[in-house]
Design a protein. Sequence first.
Length: 311
Amino acid sequence: MHVFGSPAEVPAGFGPSAVTIGKFDGVHLGHRAVIAQLRELADERGLTASVVTFDRNPVSLLRPEACPPDVVSPAQKVELLADAGVDATLVLRFDLARSRQTASDFVRDVLVDALHAQAVLCGADFRFGVGGSGDVELLRTLGAELGFAVVLIDDVRADGEAGRVSSTRIRELIAAGRVREAGRLLGRPPAVRSVVVSGDRVGRELGYPTANLDPARLEGLLPADGVYACWAIVDGVGYGAAVSIGNNPTFDGVPEHQAEAHLFDTDQDLYGRTIELRFVEHVRPMVKFDGVEQLMAALRQDDATIRGILR
């Protein structure tokens, strides 16, 4: 997949393309359904399947106090879009100048001059340009003038869900620790990744070593405090893992809401390496134990329970 950081980076001979536009936070089942339609249309018409997205949630600039946390980092989003079958992604920097761009200038600058769009896919409630001044009717008018068609796409609902699949709902589920339900809407387990840093080494002293993820470099949205069954991915290899989110209340001085993972059946040195945690199921809440013996008994039970879940 080609990745461009601005319209100026798109080569002159690019396209023609079929384009869809959005934040794509999470690249969930709804997003993937849109991309599947984009892919099908592009193949039918001999076009390049292109996505326009942003380097941040526009709300983070326009109303930072109301901006929700991202489900995935910008880097994770680009990787997921590539996995979904997109030919090219234009990641626009959402800055003050972009926020003030008129709807017609956005269409000309991004869709026509850069991507040479012949088809634009969007939902019925699509808004664009300064203050959300552009709507589908304006897009159709500009398309008739500038040579592209507008194709409306329907909302996607997951089985058993009353509303459409949304990043907001996925955030709510992850924040509540309901990672299996979130995974059903994402079409994959919710995941975070970061670099492993040195911890307090209490786990290793107990014969239960853990990899501590650097919170400053964390990508993705951590679920609620608790213990989870996870897959830990290191250099493309997956290991079953018991993952603890929280501050380990049995011991004093542990930072709040940190992530540490005990990888099964391996004892490799992980310091300085990047690890991805894919959350499969919530196992239990965080508990303050009365001493090390109770803690170790709980860890053994967690181990057995999680191995059973991952099997």
